[in-house]
Design a protein around this ligand. Structure first.
Ligand code: ATP
Ligand code: MG
Length: 551
């Protein structure tokens, strides 16, 4: 378990647990679980569930299990299992036990037999379509199945035959016998076991009947001794069935209880493993860990930190009503976390050459520049300054827009950590594009000296052309954007690559190193693409949007 306690401040789930602790419902025990189906990579929505389950447990000196919800007979994919464990640990949590729901198949089967013996379950021969027709609607009660009156003996025999493989898929099901007139449709004799002649990764061909989620989940929770089974709001109407199953089986004197919270929805974000898998399979993205993906693997590769994700989950809190959170909040959490953690580096894109005509040819000065203004302990680095520099394409306008204080002919700006520089002349190429800017520096304004206190409106960054390191920068925009109907569609411009010129220190960057590119944003050297020869950076997140000029 992570060391720290969950932040103070309480929510309705904590309130419920505190009440149970006060009444001693489960003694002083709090045991939660995170129950992923191993059929894809986890996304940021799962992170909310993980944070909630683990921090709640930590808060009450309890524990949280990791349980694979593998009651569907599909091929296990070890890739998914490994990724899930990696992601939970990356978020900073450690489970008490790692369990597989399929290990409980024998016990679940026994529970079903118990229900039959108690006259609380029956084998039904209606087809799926007929069961739907019999179920009724929100305003009309359902109709009882003609097989509802089967005797206990007949039901036991038929269920046994189902188990032995004597029936085809869909030929029969086992249903709970509850109430076809219940206002809650989930209680109208729900199916609890179905036939599926399919191989299961864990149990092989031992079973050809498999429990339905609503029957399996409460039993899984009860077997493990879960106290509070936290799930998303869609299951609220299933709670009466959750309670019914545990009560009807009757094996557990103090059964677990289900508590629902609103799932996380984020703007510009697809939050469904199924749809994310489709994008991966169809090659729309570069794998599950594509830095544009909302998967935990994706945001990790992009450069988000676990601290930022946990802070985000804390800030959004838990609610009882569905809503959509602005992805800007997640980005703000990332900025807040990185602000005091990473060093600044000068990087320019779309470079424009600056010649300081009154600076001695062949001379280089090592300028001392702070690594992070907010964290003096990070000290300074030196950046070479010389007669020929690169500045960022965004920091020059031949004809300045209103309130543009950066370089333009006749204007003086501060070159961060160096001197005040005045742009005197624009030299053009034959095609009319800017070749270079002829500038002069004021020797009295060296950074750190008295002269540098003179007021000047613009401050820009720069790199020395002779020592600059060429880097590749991957700029990410949202993977999904809204079309005119408000539907999320793929953004064709979600990835653009640029070449940057960086101060020499970036030549030493290794995959996973994060920096603030001064005045630009936060970037991380991509762990897979970065080599000794070429540094490739992912833009994690931009700085808070400042004044942007349209050219
Ligand atoms: P998906 O629809 O993306 O496949 P899922 O709910 O089917 O999600 P599971 O593997 O079954 O995926 O989910 C594991 C746990 O994560 C469940 O307890 C589920 O409630 C929770 N969870 C999934 N998506 C979200 C979300 N967007 N917000 C909060 N919790 C979520
Ligand atoms: Mg699911």
């Amino acid at each position: 378990m992570a060391e720290e306690k969950a932040a103070v401040g309480t929510n309705f789930i904590h309130a419920k647990i505190e009440k149970d602790l006060e009444e001693g419902k489960y003694g002083d025990k709090v045991l939660t679980r995170f129950p992923p189906e191993p059929n894809g990579y986890l996304h940021i929505g799962h992170a909310k569930s993980i944070c909630l389950n683990f921090t709640t447990a930590i808060r009450y000196n309890g524990a949280c299990n990791l349980r694979y919800d593998d009651t569907n007979p599909v091929k296990e994919d070890m890739e998914y299992v490994d990724s899930i464990e990696n992601d939970v640990r990356w978020l900073g949590f450690e489970w008490k036990e790692r369990l597989w729901a399929s290990d409980y198949f024998d016990e679940m089967y026994e529970c079903a037999v118990t229900l039959i013996r108690k006259g609380l379950a029956f084998v039904c021969d209606l087809s799926g379509e007929q069961i739907r027709q019999y179920r009724g609607t929100l305003t009309e009660p359902g109709k009882e199945s003609p097989y509802r009156g089967r005797s206990v003996e007949e039901n036991l025999r038929l269920f046994e035959e189902m188990r032995e493989g004597k029936c085809a898929d869909g030929e029969k099901v086992l249903r709970a016998k509850i109430d076809m007139a219940s206002p809650n449709i989930n209680m109208r004799d729900p199916v609890i076991y179905r036939i599926a002649h399919a191989e299961h990764h864990n149990t092989g061909d031992k079973w050809c009947i498999y429990p339905m989620y609503d029957f399996a989940h409460p039993i899984e929770d009860a077997i493990e001794g879960i106290t509070h089974s936290i799930c998303t709001l869609e299951f609220e109407d299933h709670r009466p069935l959750y309670d019914w199953v545990l009560q009807a089986v009757g094996k557990w004197p103090t059964p677990p209880q289900q508590i629902e919270f609103a799932r996380l929805n984020l703007t510009n974000t697809v939050m469904s493993k199924r749809l994310l898998k489709k994008m991966v399979d169809e090659g729309d993205v570069d794998g599950w860990d594509d830095p544009r993906m909302p998967t935990i693997a994706g945001i990790r590769r992009r450069g988000y930190t676990p601290e930022a994700v946990r802070d985000f989950c804390e800030r959004i809190g838990v609610a009882k009503a569905n809503s959509t959170v602005d992805i800007g909040l997640l980005e703000a959490c990332v900025r807040d976390d990185l602000k005091t953690k990473v060093r600044n580096r000068n990087v320019v894109e779309n470079p424009i050459k600056v010649i300081i005509t009154n600076y001695p040819e062949g001379q280089t000065e090592d300028m001392e520049v702070e690594n992070n203004r907010e964290v003096p302990e990070m000290g300074n680095r030196t950046i070479p300054f010389s007669r020929e520099l690169w500045v960022d394409g965004d920091d020059f306008m031949e004809v300045p827009a209103k309130k543009y204080f950066r370089l333009f002919p006749g204007n003086e700006v501060r070159f961060k950590g160096a001197y005040f520089i005045t742009c005197n002349e624009v030299v053009k190429n034959e095609d009319g594009s800017v070749k270079e800017l002829l500038c002069t520096y004021d020797p009295e304004t060296k950074s750190g000296t008295e002269g540098a206190n003179r007021k000047v409106k613009g401050t820009i960054h720069w790199v020395d052309t002779a020592t600059a390191v060429k880097i590749r920068i991957r700029n990410y925009d949202y993977l999904m954007v809204e079309d005119e109907n408000g539907e999320l569609v793929m953004n064709p411009d979600s990835l653009t690559e640029t070449i940057g010129y960086a101060e020499p220190l970036l030549a030493e960057a290794e995959g996973g190193d994060r920096f603030q590119f001064f005045r630009k944003g936060y970037y991380m050297a991509d762990s897979e693409l970065t080599t000794d020869e070429e540094k490739v950076f992912n833009r994690i997140v931009g700085l808070k949007s400042s004044f942007k000029v349209k050219k």
